[in-house]
Design a protein around this ligand. Structure first.
Ligand code: AMP
Ligand code: ZN
Length: 468
């Protein structure tokens, strides 16, 4: 399996650190708002990478953080007059709902920066001890020049950075030994959340969070570290400097970065007012369509979001859904059980589509070509499956399309509608939970039903439900 490594700027054969296992860390969102469709790109892309490794039999330890302490979170908390943790908790919950709707698997672990401060203080202390960091008036800086390989990921030269870096100086940071040095710990300002440390009551810098969470949940060395291409510099470059200086080992073997998602050929930004949340798209389309759209391009190519492309994606996904529904229908009417010799020969030909699919995925996760192979398989199914086919042949085609789609995280089987009696039973359980003041369980049940398209309404006559 080959993947493009930003570190070496080449496609490389994937060789795991430990046989049969993949340790993978993906930088997660800063939670101060509903996630936008740009944030959804790395989620969908790297979830697909994970699913493919799992399909190949690897055990994947997939860690993805939530950055739950940050200037933007604090700003939003002040605007709303609530605590920063209320903001981050709210948007973590919303983000998880969006992830589920996009069929992004929960990570093996989703660490929160605020729950890992102790480890950050520990790593910063270690860096100071080794001479890689220093404290000035309660702020701790990383001594960038002390890490000899600085710039190896972003392929930047320290002296070029230095001339550009002067402009980066911000007030209060002129006490740095060198403009290139970056913050590991900063003292609190009035009203900000803060934690104790040997240097000041304050909070960690953003970069140290990922170095520490990756080390804690995956160890000193990992196979793959991933995120959007905007993170290459400075975030990932700084993570490498911190982790390798502290641990004395190469941090990640492979660095993967997705290209950006633009909107109507413009950069998506709040100031341009062309910002789209996943939630908004979900009101217009099943989010499987968004997932299909994201995977219809190579992850390292810029992708443009437009109404036309979403319609094309909807049609593309529908082609697969229709073929699967048709096979299901034929399975209902077929009377023959076992494959005939002819069918066996016909089914053996599907192996070519699987081979082409795998070859695309193994060429740096070319999901666009992998989708094309699914289409070839769909076409083959549409032309060879009839009411005369055996159940075994139809089921074989059905299972294969579902399996290959599932690796891309595309759900192509229509879920059976939930039976009224099952809905009533869950509503009754929710009422019991409410009586027992177990509001967490009550909310879970409401969300579970919502996920299945069942909307609850509390009325004077009791709880009523309807299908969305
Ligand atoms: P942030 O919350 O800004 O830290 O971003 C979370 C993740 O989303 C990071 O991996 C970013 O690189 C990625 N990201 C943000 N905007 C876009 C975009 N427009 N296209 C693709 N990825 C993005
Ligand atoms: Zn990170």
């Amino acid at each position: 399996m080959k993947l493009y490594n930003t570190l070496t700027k080449r496609k490389e054969e994937f060789v795991p650190l430990e046989e049969g296992k993949v340790k993978m860390y993906v930088c997660g969102p800063t939670v101060y708002n509903l996630i936008h469709i740009g944030n959804a790109r790395p989620m969908i892309v790297f979830d697909t990478v994970r699913r493919y490794f799992e399909y190949k039999g690897y055990e994947v330890n997939f860690v993805s953080n939530f950055t739950d302490v940050d200037d933007k979170i604090i700003k939003k908390a002040i605007e709303e007059g609530v605590s920063a943790s209320e903001i981050s908790q709210r948007y973590i919950k919303e983000c998880k709902k969006d992830m589920e709707a996009m069929n992004v698997k929960p990570a093996t672990k989703h660490p929160l920066a605020t729950e890992e401060i102790c480890g950050m203080v520990g790593m910063i202390g270690n860096l100071i001890e080794k001479g890689y960091a220093y404290e000035k008036n309660g702020t701790v800086y990383f001594r960038t020049r002390s890490f000899k390989e600085y710039g190896k990921l972003s392929h930047k030269n320290l002296d070029d950075l230095r001339s550009g870096g002067r402009a980066l100086l911000v007030t209060g940071e002129d006490e740095k030994e060198d403009p290139l040095d970056f913050v590991l710990w900063k003292p609190k300002k009035e009203g900000e959340p803060a934690w104790e440390s040997p240097w000041s009551d304050g909070r960690p810098g953003w970069h140290i969070e990922c170095s520490v969470m990756s080390k804690k949940y995956l160890g000193d060395q990992i196979d793959i570290h991933a995120g959007g291409e905007d993170l290459v510099f400075p975030h990932h470059e700084n993570e490498i400097a911190q982790s390798e200086a502290a641990n004395g080992k190469e941090f990640a073997k492979y660095w993967m970065h997705n290209a950006f998602l633009n909107i109507d050929n413009h950069k998506m930004s709040k100031s341009l007012g062309n910002f789209r949340t996943v939630r908004e798209i979900g009101e217009q389309y099943d989010l499987q369509v968004l997932r299909f759209f994201m995977l219809s391009a190579h992850y390292r190519s810029p992708l443009n979001f437009s109404a036309d492309l979403m319609e094309a994606s909807k049609n593309g996904l529908d082609r697969i859904l229709t073929a699967v529904a048709n096979l299901k229908h034929l399975l209902g009417v077929s009377v023959k059980e076992k494959m005939t010799e002819e069918e066996k020969t016909a089914f053996a030909k599907t192996e070519d589509f699987v081979k082409a699919y795998e070859a695309s995925m193994e060429d740096d996760f070319n999901t666009a070509d992998a989708i094309a192979s699914i289409f070839d398989l769909v076409k083959y199914a549409n032309t060879t499956a009839t009411a005369e086919s055996s159940k075994e042949y139809l089921q074989g085609l059905y299972d294969l399309i579902v399996k290959l789609s599932d690796v891309l995280g595309l759900i192509v089987e229509k879920e059976e509608e939930m039976l009224a009696e099952d809905i009533e039973a869950l509503i009754a359980e929710r009422q019991e939970a409410r009586k027992a003041k177990d509001f967490k369980r009550a909310d879970e049940i409401r969300d579970e039903l919502l996920g299945k398209g069942i909307i609850l309404e509390d009325t004077r006559e009791g709880v009523k439900w309807k299908r969305a």
